[in-house]
Design a protein around this ligand. Structure first.
Ligand code: GDP
Length: 311
């Protein structure tokens, strides 16, 4: 991840080494190289424009620092602006004042939501919480079973709607008139069960589709309205490239997510999604998902990611 962008930026900065003073044309050439590197990394055009604009402005009017030569000064500016574009400060999960904390996951099918549900549950369990997963993705035939497997691997319980005689799992009661197929009801029942059984974090997995879809979005919005989550995390595949912006904006409009999870950051994606989503939606990236195993989760730190890119 980011390897190519990282290499491109590093070699750009090499050209500035040893220069006693940077002329306007040095700065313009540097900005041009940064712009091309970002475009090749699939960063959204408006983000590239704003980012390079800010760097140019700051580099031209750069404060003279005795400790840094002009090249280092530019690297420092790029680093600071990268931190900003990645969301600024690390944003911690907001825990409810009165448990349980309800976390809803949303995103396209295949984005890594279900896998992430297990990772987050395990991460929180390791920090001393008692999380429970709720299977409100009733769209995909195997989604409920998949979440149950994920829960087992994470060592946490899973509330799922009852299906026939499969048994063996901790089920939300489906008494009453609601059918097995109503994800809003399942989500509500799951949160209700968590309260009764005193779990302190509820992670609700919701359905995804291959592309943004009105019905899917309405269903997710209905779940959101019904369970009033403390956090809505939008999971996005870092490999999605230029489609990141359109997808993120559609989910922001549909479910007004509070934070972003970048998944598959272990892949060889060029990084555009990571560098675009937060600045376009104004929502922080809170976690990265870096593999298929339950342990492959990291809290996202914009400053550390920026340093990694510029390393
Ligand atoms: P969902 O449809 O959004 O619930 O997506 P899944 O959780 O089922 O993930 C889709 C596929 O991506 C599965 O094959 C996962 O093993 C894989 N996957 C999920 N997260 C990651 C990740 O961080 N890195 C990698 N390499 N694969 C992942």
């Amino acid at each position: 991840m980011f390897n190519s962008l990282s290499d491109r930026l590093t070699s750009t900065f090499k050209n500035l080494r040893g220069k006693g003073r940077l002329s306007e044309s040095d700065i313009n050439a540097t900005i041009r190289d940064i712009r091309l590197a970002l475009i090749d990394a699939d960063v959204a055009t408006p983000v590239v424009r704003e980012f390079t604009g800010r760097i140019r402005e700051r580099a031209l009017g750069a404060e003279v620092s005795a400790a840094l030569n002009p090249g280092q000064q530019v690297v420092k500016i790029v680093n600071e602006e990268l931190v900003e574009v990645l969301g600024g400060k690390t944003r911690e999960l907001q825990l409810a004042k009165r448990p349980p904390t309800v976390i809803m996951l949303a995103g396209l099918q295949g984005s890594g939501k279900t896998t992430f549900a297990g990772k987050l549950a395990r991460h929180l369990r390791d920090k001393g919480h008692f999380p429970v997963l709720v299977a409100a993705d009733l769209q995909r035939p195997n989604a409920v079973t998949q979440l149950e497997v994920v829960a087992e691997r994470a060592g946490v319980p899973c509330f799922a709607p009852e299906r026939g005689n499969e048994g063996g799992h901790d089920t939300a009661s489906t008494e009453g008139t609601q059918s097995y197929g109503d994800p809003v009801w399942v989500a509500q029942a799951g949160v209700g069960q968590a309260k009764v059984r005193q779990y302190d974090v509820v992670i609700v997995d919701t359905a995804g589709r291959l592309a943004v879809d009105e019905n899917l979005m309405q269903q997710a919005a209905d779940i959101r309205a019904a369970i009033q989550p403390d956090e809505v995390l939008f999971v996005i595949d870092a490999m999605i490239g230029q489609a990141a912006i359109e997808t993120a904006l559609a989910f922001q409009k549909g479910v007004d997510f509070t934070g972003v999870v970048l998944s598959k950051l272990d892949g060889d994606a060029r990084g555009g999604a990571a560098l675009s989503v937060s600045s376009v939606t104004g929502r922080p990236i809170m976690y990265s998902s870096i593999g298929e195993q339950t342990k492959d989760i990291e809290v996202f730190h914009p400053d550390r990611m920026a340093s990694r890119i510029l390393d």
